[in-house]
Design a binder for this molecule. Sequence first.
Ligand SMILES: [Fe+2]
Length: 297
Amino acid sequence: MPALRIAVVADIHHGADHGTKLGSAALPLMAEFSRFVAEARPDAVVDLGDRISDLDRDRDLVLERDVAEAFSAISVPRFHLCGNHDRDHLDVADNEAVLGQPLDNMTVDVGGWRLVLWRADSRIRRPARDGMHGFVLAEPDLLWLAGVVREADRPLAIMSHVPLSGHSQTSNYYFEHNPQLSTYPAADRARAVLRMARVPVLCVAGHVHWNTLTTVDGIPHLTLQSLTESFTTRPGPAAAWALLELADPAQGGAIDWRVLGNDPFTVRIDATAAGRRWMTQLAPFGEARRAALAIGS
Ligand SMILES: [Fe+2]
């Protein structure tokens, strides 16, 4: 019996259909998701953010309330993160008011694992407004993560909207030609923090609207397909959500990740492997050879 079971949904994008995002399907799919949760009875639900496709402040508040209403049918504990579309015209406090819960960084210990809700700043800066373009990994968010890693006495399941792996975006509809917006420009600093972990670590993120597994320094990084994305499942939506099952570390701590819907994806990972850190990467071959020759001389 798994120690911790979490249903995860990402990038709901309620709103008008826009390109490959089929926002008009969001609320019917949320009704299906809440039926799934009622049947599967996980310990918690995590929403990885981008609940809406933004338009303007007034419309976004209406859309966010619609999604909050859809979530209210779910009776297990819910944890929400904000994505960039939840922050284009709204601030964190607006989202907190709509969802009725604080949206600070927080941890929850369940079943031998520590669920880490890393609600790092997910607003995309715009040149006209901010004089720059892209995500900013704020120092307080990084320091908070470093504290969690330093004090970890059990495996960590880290949830964020923006992925940290720096994985390839080749063939991603949005990001092949915009890879700078697929992660934080300073994500390497977050990865440097994670590689200090002395416990198994799993990272789960949304944002990139596809299913991936990337292993970095022994740490599996998963991304979850969006509920309403269609670039991989045209003409219909992916209708994707995931069930994450984490076994008790005392029993080996297997990590089972199963994405349901029209874009299925299943992964089973040994948590012991997620606790091993890999060797520091070799320098460019020319440099490594020169260093070896210098040592040998
Ligand atoms: Fe999204």
